[in-house]
Design a protein around this ligand. Structure first.
Ligand code: GUN
Length: 285
């Protein structure tokens, strides 16, 4: 019998706790503020940004959206980041990915000051995560770790298999799990015999972005299955990477889509904005 990991409920609890933190900051005259840059008109990105704005509202974080058209030059984008880096009232900066082709997202992420890099994509934060230092951890991997911990799922000594090697999810998640003493394997498009590897997983995470890429025969009995996929099916419904109906029968724990990893990502973004605000105001704890 599987247990559903309710990311929506857990994220609600985390946001309530963060609201208390935000209220304490306000008593000191400090108002946490997040700036989100959206370049172009990717429809999924617009939905994500709207959800981030809603979460800010719930937690008591001010929100500023900077909308740039798809013809924006790299110089202009970098100058906007510089401006936000220098503004005292802005604590967190997030450049929504993807950005139009022709713009260099890595250069842009690198330009965001590490102290305001609430996505954890600046190479300084990536490097700090790698050597196990306190840092801004990117929100999806961080949310996944929080989910596992909230369910008392042991990570230490477990075989964790991640499908997908993106800079946003796969690679930082590998590091987070390694930092918690898991034995981690990453599978990707060139991996041979994926099924043989995924069947060794005590914790299996799919971050590919393809419907039904994880089928029941790939899953060990009793595995914990985390689905990071956000795909639209032919009926326009949001679904994950995992063949949920069949895989749930083998899993001990499984995340739904929607209502699993997605809300946790946003809750961890709020966590990082509060952390950044404290850091910039020399508030410890
Ligand atoms: N696009 C999809 N997920 C993310 C994320 O976590 N951060 C940013 N900046 N863009 C994204």
């Amino acid at each position: 019998m599987y247990q559903l990991i309710d990311g929506k409920e857990l994220s609600k609890r985390i946001k309530e706790e963060l609201k208390i933190e935000a209220d304490k900051l306000k008593e000191k005259g400090i108002i946490p503020k997040l700036a989100v840059i959206l370049v172009g008109d990717d429809s999924a990105s617009k939905v994500y940004v709207r959800n981030k704005s809603k979460a800010c509202n719930e937690v008591g974080v001010e929100f500023e959206e900077i909308l740039l058209n798809s013809n924006t030059s790299m110089e202009k984008l970098l100058s906007i980041i510089d401006e936000l880096n220098n503004r005292k009232d802005i604590n967190g900066i997030l450049l929504q990915s993807p950005i139009p082709k022709g713009l260099n997202i890595q250069e842009a992420f690198e330009r965001i000051k590490w102290e305001k890099d609430v996505d954890g994509f600046n190479p300084i934060n990536v490097g700090r995560l790698m050597i196990g230092q306190d840092t801004f951890i990117s929100c999806t991997p961080y949310g996944i770790i929080k989910m596992l911990e909230a369910c008392d799922i042991e990570i230490q000594g477990k075989n964790a298999v991640i499908i997908g090697r993106s800079n946003i999810v796969g690679k930082p998640l590998m590091q987070c799990l390694l930092n918690k003493n898991a034995t981690v394997t990453i599978c990707h498009s060139k991996t041979k015999n994926i099924k043989e590897i995924t069947r060794t997983a005590d914790i299996l995470i799919s971050a590919v972005g393809k419907i039904n890429i994880v089928t029941a025969d790939m899953v060990k009995d009793g595995a914990v299955v985390i689905d990071v996929g956000m795909n639209k099916n032919d009926k326009g419904k949001l679904v994950g990477d995992v063949d949920f109906e069949k895989v749930k029968e083998k899993a001990s724990y499984i995340t739904p889509v929607p209502g699993g990893v997605g809300p946790m990502t946003i809750a961890m973004l709020m966590n990082n904005v509060i952390k950044a605000t404290k850091l910039q105001n020399n508030i410890i704890n």
